[in-house]
Design a binder for this molecule. Structure first.
Ligand code: ADE
Length: 418
């Protein structure tokens, strides 16, 4: 079997991690059980570009149980858990091309190794498989039925491709399922970003000015959790509606130039580039800490920070100290890459359970509908989204009510009023 990982000797420890995550993933376990019997993915080749974590391992195992041939590369150079990668190879017989701290050249070499398998379905987190197919590997296109996309950034990229008329196959935006972004983006990013910052720095959050760039689902979750730790949360936004929501959720909202002067910790979760840049570095306090939890490492202009600095050193794992000409120090965590996956372990398994249940059921849906979809970006079918919510509640032992016949009738009628 073809693979490229750090060390196969890490496999046994990785397997325990995968088993631990599985215990928090009851919905995916149920799907795996059904897939093992029905084999709905028989004959399919799935190429995945996902964070190689213990949660992802459980998804890949589920897809394999459904009859698919699966291979995986990392969707970020810093997010691979090398033990998990080794266990996937040794115990699950799944080809993995991912090594934590791989450089960009190796990263794309690994993306290409997955594309060499001629996948029928691409499973992206950020869009690098699909963009590589479109820009460099168009011979792969003939095999493709459709792709799925895990994250906001990837969905934005694919919508731009669709708008430019260049998208050549259908994509299902798993991110847009309610059972994905309401939970993974909000509670997952909220908790795991704090986890990453604390593991990297061990700072006290209570009493700190905690500036969050972006009040989407990730920003909301992060604000909620940072506030819970006693931080003074400040939101910076460009969207008036989101800014207004942040105000009414009780946070201070101000322009980034104002926040730059008072922030102790800055976290970007916008999906955009150069959110923190030269004009802001010049205003920051000595000791300001910068981190990113958006998909790509473009949200903080680190190149600029480097060029403004007279000295740079690694002061702790994942913490780089930049000393500016005037002596102020700015600390950047995890090279500006997703801090929750670089310094911690990503979102907890209990939320990835829903995200990856959507992925597995969307793969089954793609197999079922075949090449009937248009080359556009689709939402997750509503029945899949609802089924994931239903199964998750059930796994938590929570029952809910249903409408009476009279109520159902009322909702469909318009005659009854005051
Ligand atoms: N994205 C965020 N957290 C993740 C995790 N634990 N596994 C895979 N992808 C993730």
């Amino acid at each position: 079997m073809d693979y490229d990982i750090k060390d196969i000797g890490l496999a046994d420890k990785g397997k325990l991690k995968i088993e631990w995550a599985s215990m928090q993933m009851p919905v995916l376990r149920l799907i795996k059980k059904r897939f093992s019997k029905e084999k709905p993915l028989r004959g399919l080749t799935i190429g995945a570009c996902l964070h190689v974590t213990s949660e992802t391992a459980n998804l890949l195992d589920t897809l394999k149980a459904g009859g698919a041939n699966v291979s995986v590369c990392a969707s970020n150079p810093l997010s691979t858990q090398d033990g998990v990668a080794a266990s996937l190879v040794k115990h699950y017989k799944i080809p993995v091309f991912a090594i934590k701290w791989e450089d960009d050249r190796t990263y794309y070499k690994h993306v290409n190794r997955v594309l060499d398998t001629n996948p029928n379905i691409t499973m992206d987190d950020g869009g690098d498989l699909v963009s590589t197919i479109h820009s460099k590997r168009d011979e792969v296109l003939e095999h493709i039925i459709a792709g799925t996309e895990e994250t906001t950034t990837g969905v934005i990229r694919f919508r731009s491709m669709e708008a430019d008329g260049v998208l050549k196959f259908p994509i299902i935006a798993v991110n847009d399922a309610d059972t994905k972004h309401f939970f993974d983006n909000r509670y997952g990013t909220g908790q795991s970003t704090i986890d990453g910052i604390l593991r990297a720095t061990n700072i006290l959050l209570a009493g700190k000015n905690f500036v969050i760039g972006g009040y989407g689902w990730c920003g909301r979750g992060l604000a909620m959790r940072a506030e819970g730790m006693g931080a003074n949360v400040i939101i910076v936004e460009v969207d008036p509606l989101k800014a207004l929501e942040a105000v009414m959720d009780g946070y201070r909202v101000m322009p980034i130039k104002q926040a730059a002067k008072i922030g102790d910790i800055f976290v970007t979760v916008t999906g955009n580039k150069s959110v923190l840049r030269e004009e802001h570095f010049k205003l920051m306090k000595d000791g300001a800490i910068l981190a990113n939890s958006g998909h790509f490492n473009v949200e903080i202009d680190i190149q600029k920070l480097k060029s403004l600095s007279k000295k740079k050193r690694l002061i702790r794992d994942y913490v780089e100290e930049y000393t500016l000409e005037d002596g102020r120090r700015i600390f950047v965590l995890g090279e500006g890459r997703l801090i929750n996956l670089a310094a911690a372990e990503g979102h907890p398994a209990a939320v990835m359970d829903m995200s990856f249940a959507n992925q597995a059921l969307c793969a089954e849906y793609i197999k079922k509908v075949g090449k009937t979809l248009e080359p556009t970006v689709y939402g997750v079918p509503e029945d899949i989204d609802k089924e994931v919510a239903r199964l998750k509640l059930k796994s938590m032992g929570i029952k809910i009510d249903s409408l009476t016949a009279e109520q159902e009738k009322y909702l469909k009628s318009w005659q009854e009023g005051t």
